[in-house]
Design a protein around this ligand. Structure first.
Ligand SMILES: C[S@@+](CC[C@H](N)C(=O)[O-])C[C@H]1O[C@@H](n2cnc3c(N)ncnc32)[C@H](O)[C@@H]1O
Length: 204
């Protein structure tokens, strides 16, 4: 995809106002939302972009494999991660790892699934613990997504509002507050009516 080819260099540094805070919070949820991941578990990150999510996942002693369909993103991810992780060129709609993985993730890319229900079914076939992705509830009807997950055998769905802003860097106390607000129920859901996304962890 040409637009991503042009943006590959320093993708995360330019996309996220505070990439470290944003991606480490994302990694915490990959680890803890739904069935917990354990050290040594492998995460398959579809549409991985420059692979920056690998850094906090590796720091949590998970293994990481990235897949992206843009050559320049794959090159950037390999440059960033070196031999610590494997990153390959592939299409999220049909990529299949040689061995099952503990978790499959998909961030800011659910709209690239050609047929969402078929995609979840495909991924469920090689994912042992959970599929984790983000979802904009103003763009997608949650009930329809949950129904597609159920049809793929992923009927246990955990949802968590993700309230760390992408384009604004918060001072540390506000980051702590935003993370606490994510568990607040109605206030968090109110915020989602205007901004932010859910992180979804779906399992059997
Ligand atoms: C908005 S970026 C998200 C990157 C990263 N996951 C993140 O959250 O920063 C979307 C990524 O999806 C990749 N992509 C688009 N269509 C894809 C496909 N069919 N299969 C695999 N990757 C795809 C693009 O190359 C790009 O790196």
């Amino acid at each position: 995809m040409r637009k991503y080819a042009r943006q590959a260099e320093d993708w995360s540094e330019r996309q996220y106002a505070d990439a470290t805070a944003y991606l480490s919070h994302r990694a915490d949820l990959v680890m803890s939302l739904g069935p917990r991941l354990e050290p040594g578990d492998e995460v398959l990150d579809l549409a991985c972009g420059d692979g920056a999510l690998a850094e906090p996942l590796l720091a949590r002693r998970l293994r990481y494999r990235g897949v992206d369909s843009t050559e320049e993103m794959v090159a950037e991810a390999r440059r960033r991660l070196g031999p610590e992780a494997s990153v390959v060129l592939g299409d999220l709609n049909d990529y299949e790892p040689a061995e099952p993985v503990a978790a499959t993730t998909l961030f800011r890319a659910v709209y690239y699934a050609r047929d969402r229900r078929a995609f979840f079914r495909h991924v469920a076939g090689f994912t042992e613990k959970k599929v984790v992705f983000d979802l904009n509830p103003r763009q997608y009807e949650l009930a329809g997504v949950v129904a597609d997950l159920g049809a793929a055998g992923l009927g246990r769905v955990a949802l968590r509002p993700f309230l760390i802003p992408q384009t604004v860097s918060l001072p540390r106390p506000l980051t702590t507050l935003a993370r606490a607000l994510e568990r607040s129920g109605p206030p968090a859901r109110l915020a989602l009516r205007f901004r932010f996304t859910y992180v979804v962890a779906a399992s059997r």
